[in-house]
Design a protein around this ligand. Sequence first.
Ligand code: CA2
Length: 149
Amino acid sequence: MAKPVYVLNGPNLNLLGKRQPEVYGTATLADVEQITRARAKDLGLEIEFRQSNHEGVLVDWIQEAREKASALIINAAGYTHTSVALLDSLQAAELLVIEVHLSNIFRRDAFRQHSYISLGANGVICGLGAKGYELAIEAIADLVRKSGT
Ligand code: CA2
């Protein structure tokens, strides 16, 4: 059986749709999962969708993805702007990685405009809400097809 695409979500994304809808929209994380899963199914891909508030858990999942995933989508949330550990684990994973953000981080606070993890990502999508996750799945389907793996 083909390996799934891991879709990892960082801290506070469990609050999506429940707080600050003016910043992050009204879709819940369950809605984002459903949208991503449906697009993946259309494209013949399986997904493994997870969220954690803990940096070390995200590191463990990225290490797991090295063995078990075909590619990785990550919204590292606040850890995007702080975590060398997540960057190190992404670089060690040697996987196709797409970084996603719901909001346009370049229209926000200066500290959000730098991502540590982008150095470990093949592509970055931001500012398009849940649509960004669908686009990431489409990009992965395309790149995996082109690489013939
Ligand atoms: O835009 C994104 O997807 C972010 O990764 C979201 C992070 C933020 O720290 C990044 O700069 C950009 C925050 C996720 C927290 O999500 C919440 C959702 C609802 C209410 C409160 C927080």
